[in-house]
Design a protein around this ligand. Sequence first.
Ligand code: BTN
Length: 246
Amino acid sequence: WSKTVHLLETVISTQEEAKRLAEDGAPEGTAVLAEEQTGGRGRMGRKWHSPSGKGIWMSVVLRPQLPLLTTPQLTLLAGVAVCTAVRQATGVQAGIKWPNDLLAGGRKICGILLESSLSEGELNYCIAGIGISVNLVSEDYPDYIQGVGTSLRIERGGEPVDRSALAGVVLAELESLYALYLEQGFQPVRERWEAMSVTLGRQVAFHTPQGRNEGTAVGLDGQGGLLLRDSAGEIINVCSGEIELI
Ligand code: BTN
């Protein structure tokens, strides 16, 4: 696990910077942090608001020698590592909304984007992109995120957080949970995820090609998919996409 951290000023997206390093052979653990992203990317083709000096905008290279179908597990692993770090370093009792959004007080404080590169059908490397809204104040949020997003500072009643210290704890948690996962598999990650979840036991809505559906979140499957029980008592397996807590 490399401890190399590249600190950059303004980039379009740390995902592209980390991909470039990975293509050049950077070892796993290599991290890229930027003060500002002008084209920060979220899941589902969304933008990620990344104002200068206010957050942790970071991408980490992973090179798991594992089948491609384990990437949903890595997605949950990254959420658990960041949630553990946030709780420990800031005292904010964040919880995880499936698959890996971190919420505090019902609002989003962190998003994670895991992107994989394949070579001849095999997993070549993954880039775990982590965006934590650390010291944003409410005026920093554009209209489209007002009421949806919050920051660690807001959740701490205005008290700012030391971004470098938090980034260090996030990287340390990621390194140790990833090592545990490689050694013991998904089960310890799954247990931690379930304990930090704000999803299990909740009624959730999700979208399928057939339309909107609802169910109660009852657990995770062995691949990291979400298990829901619908009103007819049937178990539904949601493996990708997005859910809404209702
Ligand atoms: C989401 O919740 O939609 C995922 C957001 C991921 C944002 C991070 S910030 C660092 C990295 N660079 C990006 O462009 N995106 C990720």
